[in-house]
Design a protein around this ligand. Structure first.
Ligand SMILES: *Cc1c(COP(=O)(O)O)cnc(C)c1O
Length: 438
């Protein structure tokens, strides 16, 4: 059994849920619903745990993958806890810089970086640019030369793990848009070109094998293959990869039965796999880096919705109860996109009523607008009740849309009974400003 709620989650005497010492009913009335509550202490604790686990295995860098959820407050929290940031666009870079994160703590990713994104990153002095195509090698080299700097780069490689080993490694197969293939020789060719360019400094390789991974096997397999590749590169071309960035993808519990590996155990097993293969291949162990996103913010976030309607619908084998809330696929697309599963609870009160199986749905004009496909809620759930969905801190607000002109929810930090606005609620006026009118 895993904890899916932030460690600070509690119920008071009336059964109302609080997060970070803040009663969800008070937060809902002050900031409106849907609402994301983000437990600041939980984000900081996860960041520290990753920093510590990395240090224990001698890895020098942990970069928070900003795409999971980014705002200036988050950038500052994780940076204060010793993490750098992995940004993948000019927009994410701009937020990180606005938060005051120095370039030396930033890594720029992306499979199609624009010239202006590359120039801004170089001007900011980002620690690493992870190059992803032959065109980009030239673009980064030109931009660095014009800026009069030598830009350190990593090369994103695709290691072509056979998809049938584990379902999660299916994303590391050959036919996808990221990286240079090791198997076809493209990765070695890219690195060969980089070392010949005086405005680039080749530091090592990067591999991100996928997401929501629960055990070390996929990382170990990836690490072993990459080490074999960099060893061959060293033997055959005399090029040393001093760094190995293994990306993110560490899973979290969305349901109490989910059982992800603890980060210190995972880091230890991965570092061991790298060290072992380096010994076999006879090369020095490269400096490891990790890029967790979901694992830092996922469990710190909770969505609070208000129930609007409760409808009984006849199905082939009985009655299904649809509980509709005031958000949905515009604030959490993951259920519609990947059949993601979530834990939901009645949050504004306790109830002694029998639990019933319900489907929690949103307010959008799509049948697929489902928040939780199968959930047990007290059978006396009524309009006006608040529901809380756990583990929505990652890939929910960052993937939010304005579908149906529904304004995107606020994200409110909670800590020691106090609230702080991380992102304010979007307004109709915000959306109207984009439309010049007639
Ligand atoms: C998405 C991504 C991450 C973070 O993935 P999580 O599953 O959120 O940990 C890290 N690195 C890269 C390159 C990514 O694309």
């Amino acid at each position: 059994m895993s904890q899916v709620w932030p460690p600070s989650a509690q119920r008071d005497a009336s059964g109302a849920l609080s997060i970070g010492g803040v009663d969800v009913r008070d937060a809902a009335s002050e900031f409106g619903t849907p609402l994301f509550l983000l437990d600041e202490a939980a984000v900081r604790e996860r960041a520290r745990a990753y920093r510590h686990a990395a240090s224990e295995v001698g890895a020098s860098s942990v970069y928070y993958a900003a795409k999971a959820f980014l705002a200036t407050a988050i950038a500052r929290w994780v940076h204060e806890e010793g993490l750098g940031l992995d940004v993948a666009t000019g927009g994410e870079l701009a937020v990180a810089l606005r938060a005051g994160i120095p370039g030396r703590d930033l890594v720029l990713h992306g499979n199609n970086k624009s010239m202006s994104e590359i120039e801004t990153a170089i001007a900011a002095g980002v620690a690493r640019i992870v190059v992803d195509s032959f065109e980009e090698i030239v673009r980064v080299a030109d931009a660095a030369a014009r800026a009069g700097v030598v830009q350190p780069v990593l090369v994103r490689v695709t290691i072509g793990v056979k998809a049938h080993t584990h379902e999660f490694i299916a994303t590391a197969h050959e036919d996808q848009k990221f990286g240079f293939s090791v198997a076809t020789g493209a990765a070695a060719e890219a690195i060969g070109r980089i070392v010949r360019l005086p405005s680039l400094e080749f530091r090592g390789v990067h591999s991100h094998i996928g997401s929501q991974i629960f055990d070390a096997a996929g990382f170990e397999e990836a690490a072993t293959r990459i080490v074999a590749f960099i060893a061959a590169l060293e033997r055959e071309a005399g090029i040393t990869s001093r760094e190995l960035d293994l990306g993110g993808g560490m899973g979290i519990a969305y349901l109490i039965d989910d059982d992800p590996l603890e980060i210190d155990v995972l880091a230890e097993q991965v570092a061991q796999a790298v060290a072992q293969e380096c010994a076999v291949q006879g090369i020095a162990v490269p400096d490891l880096a990790f890029e967790p996103g979901r694992a830092i913010v996922g469990q710190a976030g909770v969505t609070v919705y208000e129930v609007g309607t409760v409808k009984q619908v006849q199905t082939d084998d009985g009655i299904r109860t649809y509980v509709a809330v005031d958000g949905g696929m515009s604030d959490n697309i993951r259920t519609a996109l990947y059949d993601a599963e979530y834990t939901v609870e009645l949050a504004s009160r306790s109830s002694a009523a029998e639990p019933m199986l319900v489907r929690v749905v949103g307010k959008h004009c799509e049948t697929g607008d489902i928040v939780v496909r199968d959930a047990w809620l007290p059978s006396d759930v009524v309009p006006g009740d608040l529901l809380a969905v756990a583990a929505t801190g990652a890939y929910c607000r960052s993937l939010a849309s304005n579908y149906n002109y529904v304004p995107r929810p606020a994200v409110v930090g909670v800590r020691d009974g106090r609230t702080s606005v991380v992102l304010r609620r979007e307004t109709l006026e915000d959306m109207m400003q984009l439309d010049p009118g007639a």
